[in-house]
Unconditional design. Structure first.
Length: 135
């Protein structure tokens, strides 16, 4: 596979990895299992159990496992045709997926901030209207 094709694969393969990792670790649909895992990651006696449950609460950690799964089912290799290609692709997909998640998280934060600002302006407009009606 040519380098350009490998890069396109890298960018595309990181999308579902980011989507799955973000959804499991942040979205409301998985809130209950995530809260259970959070409690277990803090309260289990065994270090191994605590770390296992922590994987489902951290998008960075979880993205490594999702990435490994996708690389295994697609056979995607980056730069090398042997085991090194799998290793490099694994870390590259994780890195790109985490960049996507950072962009998405920042975008959501900006949207939320804009909503709060709009609500504040709307409240000010309502207060001005009420003052005018009272006068």
């Amino acid at each position: 596979m040519q380098l350009g094709t490998q890069v396109v694969w890298l960018l595309l393969l990181a999308m579902p990895v980011a989507c799955i990792a973000w959804t499991i670790t942040h979205e409301e649909v998985f809130r209950e299992p995530r809260e259970y895992c959070e409690r277990k990651s803090q309260n289990c006696r065994s270090l191994l159990k605590r770390k296992f449950f922590y994987l489902f609460t951290c998008e960075y950690c979880f993205s490594h496992y999702v990435s490994a799964f996708f690389i295994a089912i697609t056979g995607y290799k980056l730069l090398f045709a042997d085991w090194r290609g799998y290793l490099i692709s694994w870390f590259a997909v994780v890195w790109i997926a985490n960049q996507y998640m950072s962009i998405f998280g920042r975008l959501r934060l900006d949207i939320k901030r804009e909503r709060v600002e709009i609500e504040g302006v709307q409240e000010q407009v309502e207060a001005i209207k009420q003052e005018k009606q009272a006068a």
